[in-house]
Ligand binder design. Structure first.
Ligand SMILES: C[S@@+](CC[C@H](N)C(=O)[O-])C[C@H]1O[C@@H](n2cnc3c(N)ncnc32)[C@H](O)[C@@H]1O
Length: 277
């Protein structure tokens, strides 16, 4: 995977997603309301697992448009946010200004050679390691370990392959070329365990019923209608309320996985909460 190609993809994303900061980095622009649901669900899970406070310094590496950065900044002393795409950082900076958040240091740099001038309590990397090779991956993890204070946390949100390793090369996403590398969970854990104790792993959501409804039930000519958009919002609200129960039903996760395994890219989302060794 070439760094320049990946950067080019993310630099062009704001055009595909009408500059919507949430749609840009979740790339969930095809199904109405899915990006909002994903964002709400992931934040709900993470902020239940970790408790932030105004003494903490946090680094958000691969911050994109600041989807997480802004929430972190509202709860911590300082956030150092970096990304390879200056275009996305600029969107994040503007959003932070709108929210009057002044405790964010933004910088454009690649995760492969990220810099931190001070030790941090938490490093968050959300959906970025799928763009780096194993050799880079292990260096990044080692450097995260070095930059964290004793007992510090590394939080990862990653796309995990449910089968073997999957390499995506130049997949067309709304006319833009996308490349990524999806690792199975065991491979991920193997790479992490050298420098971290993995305290918790969890899948971000269970079976999401509005997705098959939109894809297979709604006829093509209605997909963009106002009515379907409102209805999707309602369905996602129901899903959101049911999720705490749905996540406990193992059969649904199994159903989700077996459905995904029939697709070309059987990929799901996981959190990894890792403590510095
Ligand atoms: C899926 S988005 C996730 C953004 C954000 N962390 C979130 O969860 O909303 C992936 C981000 O990784 C960034 N990225 C990709 N390769 C990178 C690299 N080598 N170094 C730093 N950032 C990178 C992209 O520019 C993009 O902002």
């Amino acid at each position: 995977m070439e760094k320049e190609k990946i950067k080019d993809f993310w630099d062009k994303c704001p055009c595909i997603c009408n500059e919507n900061p949430l749609l840009i980095t979740t790339l969930s622009f095809e199904i109405p309301y899915h990006a909002v649901y994903r964002d709400k669900t992931e934040k709900n899970i993470l902020f239940k697992i970790i408790k932030l406070n105004p003494d903490l310094i946090l680094a958000d590496i691969g911050c994109g448009t600041g989807r997480w950065t802004l929430d972190f900044a509202g709860k911590c002393k300082k956030v150092i946010a970096s990304d390879i795409s200056e275009t996305l950082i600029e969107i994040g900076r503007t959003e932070a200004l709108k929210k009057k958040l002044t405790n964010i240091e933004w910088k454009q740099e690649s995760i492969s050679d990220f810099t931190l001038n001070e030790p941090v309590d938490i490093i968050h990397i959300g959906g970025v390691l799928l763009y780096v090779h194993d050799s880079d991956f292990i260096n990044i993890i080692r450097r995260c370990n070095e930059k964290l204070v004793n007992g510090g946390l590394l939080i990862l949100r990653e796309s995990i392959s449910l089968t073997k390793e999957i390499m995506v090369e130049d997949l067309s996403v709304a006319g833009n070329k996308y490349s990524a590398y999806y690792r199975p969970i065991d491979r991920f854990i193997n790479l992490l365990e050298k420098y971290f104790i993995i305290e918790k792993t969890c899948e971000t959501h269970s079976y999401v019923f509005p997705v098959p409804f939109f894809l297979y039930v709604v006829p093509k000519f209605l997909k963009n209608s106002k009515f379907i958009k409102s209805f999707m919002k309602l369905l996602y609200e129901i899903q959101w309320r049911m999720d705490p129960y749905l996540l406990r039903i193992k059969f649904l996760t199994h159903l989700k996985h077996s459905r995904l395994k029939k697709t070309k890219y059987p990929v799901t989302q996981y959190f990894f909460i890792c403590r510095k060794k």
